[in-house]
Design a binder for this molecule. Structure first.
Ligand code: SF4
Length: 109
C-alpha cells in the first residue's frame, strides 16, 4: 500500500505520489516516462501529474508494476475498472509478468 505519510517531498503537486520506500528498480520510470522521474539518489518521484487518459493509464501501469507498492493516488486509491484495456498486447504481457512476480502461477485446464 502506498504510504502518503512517507511521500517524496519533491513530488509534483497533485493526487499522484511516490513514497520514499522506492528501491530504485526503474520499473515505474519505464511504464510512465515523462511523468515519473528520478531524484539525485535514484528514487522515483512524480515530475508531472497525468492529464490525458493515456497518461492516467500509464500511471496505473507503473503503480501495478511497482514491487514496493510505492505509487499511489490520493483521490482514487484503487485502479479504475477497465484501465488496463488501453494496453497494447505487448504491454499486457509485461503487465501480467510483473503482476505474477516473484512466483508466477502456471494455469492449466
Ligand atoms: S517501480 Fe516502485 S520501487 Fe521501482 S523505481 Fe518505481 S517507485 Fe521505485
Amino acid at each position: 500500500m502506498p504510504r502518503f505519510d512517507q511521500s517524496h517531498p519533491s513530488n509534483a503537486v497533485g493526487p499522484w505520489f511516490v513514497d520514499t520506500r522506492c528501491i530504485r528498480c526503474d520499473a515505474a520510470r519505464n511504464w510512465a516516462p515523462g511523468l515519473i522521474g528520478m531524484d539525485e539518489m535514484g528514487r522515483s518521484v512524480i515530475v508531472s501529474q497525468p492529464v490525458a487518459p493515456e497518461q492516467e493509464a500509464a500511471m496505473w501501469r507503473a503503480a501495478a508494476a511497482c514491487p514496493t507498492k510505492s505509487i499511489g493516488n490520493l483521490e482514487q486509491p484503487v485502479e479504475p475498472a477497465g484501465i488496463f484495456l488501453t494496453l497494447s498486447p505487448t504491454a499486457c504481457s509485461l503487465w501480467a509478468a510483473t503482476r505474477s512476480h516473484p512466483s508466477p502461477r502456471i494455469l492449466t485446464w
